[in-house]
Design a protein around this ligand. Structure first.
Ligand SMILES: [Zn+2]
Ligand SMILES: [Zn+2]
Length: 196
């Protein structure tokens, strides 16, 4: 594998599918070009990466988006907007499915020696900002606590484990027959209550 576009080079001309290997750091951006620009100047860096491992442990596919660097009066503001796909397991049916993550965030970098607030970072002295770890964090935050393969996932039968999205098992058919009030064999009207 080789790299076809590198944001650390000045001859970059436009969106190109970026081919990376995992020793490369495609999110490491040389911010030297923006330091001498007036406040308000901004430049967009588009990304399109088929497959990448962020922070050496977080695998993602079809990672696409932009990092926009804007010169502010006291530093640089980075707006990061990405989408990517990971494999997840459904919290109900346990099936693997493709989850789309879409983190958007911004980060302020100041030229001050020390950052003025917790939201700010200082502009790194070496002139490079690597967004990889930040992007990884925000992608991880996008993963729901209880992901669902689809909003109406029917889950598994608690008795036999049948995936009820695929077909009903005998247990679920029994439940449905019990619950149906118009069933000819219904011996348990819905209104039955047991109190004490
Ligand atoms: Zn499911
Ligand atoms: Zn069952």
């Amino acid at each position: 594998m080789h790299i076809r576009a590198c944001y650390n080079r000045t001859n970059y001309t436009g969106p190109v599918k970026i081919i990376v290997n995992f020793s490369q750091r495609p999110f490491c951006t040389n911010i030297g070009f923006i330091i001498n620009k007036p406040a308000g100047y901004s430049r967009e860096f588009p990304y399109e990466i088929e497959h990448f491992i962020l922070g050496r442990d977080f695998e993602i596919r079809d990672l696409a988006g932009t990092i926009t660097l804007a010169r502010t009066s006291g530093g640089i503001r980075a707006l990061v907007d990405f989408s990517g796909k990971i494999d997840g397991a459904c919290g109900r049916c346990l099936e693997q499915f493709e989850m789309v993550l879409n983190p958007q965030f911004d980060q302020i970098y100041t030229f001050e020696k020390e950052s003025l607030s917790e939201e700010e970072e200082t502009v790194p002295a070496d002139g490079y900002i690597d967004f990889e770890i930040l992007l990884r964090e925000y992608l991880l935050m996008e993963i729901p606590m209880n992901p669902l393969c689809r909003s109406d996932c029917k889950g598994l039968c608690s008795v036999c484990g049948q995936n009820l999205n695929e077909k009903l098992c005998v247990h679920q058919e029994l439940e449905i027959n019990k619950a149906a009030p118009d069933s000819r064999e219904s011996k348990h009207p819905k209104t039955t209550t047991h109190s004490g």
